[in-house]
Design a protein around this ligand. Structure first.
Ligand code: GDP
Length: 170
C-alpha cells in the first residue's frame, strides 16, 4: 500500500490527526535496534482506496534541545519511505524556526507535500490558514483534527496523487 507520512513539531496535533484518520487500525512499530524512537503506523481508507499512514512524532524526546533534530530525523525517514507527506502546523500559533526549517527540508525532498493548518476549529478561523502559504506549500488545507473538519478535502487531495491503482476494500 502507498504510505502517507505525517510530520511536524510537537503539539501541533499530529497524533490527534493520525487517530482521527485511522480509528483503531494502528500499531506501534519499533525502530531499528539501538534507536529508541518509535513511529506509529496505521491504515486508512478513503473512497474505496487504502493507504498506510505513519505518525513520525511517535515519541518525543524529553530533552527540549533534542526536539528539532528528532523532528528532522523523522522527517527524513518520511521523505525516504513515504509517497506523500502531510506537514502539520498549529494555525493558532506563530510559526517557529523549526517549522520553517522543516518546510524547507520537505519542499526540497521531491515528494508530494501538503500543509495541514490544524486547530482551525471554526469557519471564521479557516481563512487564517492562507497566512501559512508563505511556508511555500502549494497545497494548504485548513483542518480541525479535534473536530474532524477539513478531513475530506485533505484526504481527497492526498489520495489524488498517491500512486497505485485503487484498492478495493472488501
Ligand atoms: P502532536 O504532539 O503533534 O502529536 O500533538 P497532539 O495530537 O498530541 O495534540 C496536541 C494538543 O493539541 C492536544 O492538547 C490536542 O488536544 C490539541 N489539538 C489537536 N488538534 C486540535 C484541533 O483541531 N483543535 C484544537 N483546538 N486543539 C487540538
Amino acid at each position: 500500500l502507498p504510505l502517507i507520512a505525517i510530520c511536524g513539531r510537537p503539539n501541533v496535533g499530529k497524533s490527534t490527526l493520525f487517530n482521527r484518520l485511522t480509528g483503531s487500525r494502528r500499531s506501534i512499530v519499533g525502530d531499528e535496534p539501538g534507536i529508541t524512537r518509535d513511529r506509529i503506523y496505521g491504515e486508512i481508507e478513503w473512497m474505496n482506496r487504502a493507504a498506510r499512514i505513519v505518525d513520525t512524532g511517535g515519541v518525543v524526546p524529553d530533552d527540549e534541545a533534542l526536539i528539532p533534530s528528532e523532528i528532522f530525523r523523522q522527517a527524513k525517514v518520511g521523505l525516504e519511505e513515504a509517497d506523500a507527506i502531510v506537514m502539520v502546523v498549529d494555525g493558532r500559533t506563530e510559526l517557529a524556526s523549526p517549522d520553517l526549517e522543516l518546510a524547507r527540508l520537505l519542499l526540497r525532498g521531491g515528494k508530494p507535500v501538503f500543509l495541514a493548518v490544524n486547530k482551525m476549529d471554526t469557519d471564521a478561523m479557516q481563512s487564517q490558514a492562507e497566512n501559512f502559504r508563505r511556508l511555500g506549500f502549494r497545497n494548504v488545507l485548513p483542518i480541525s483534527a479535534e473536530h474532524g473538519s477539513g478531513m475530506g478535502d485533505l484526504l481527497d487531495a492526498v489520495f489524488e496523487i498517491l500512486p497505485e491503482p485503487a484498492e478495493i476494500i472488501e
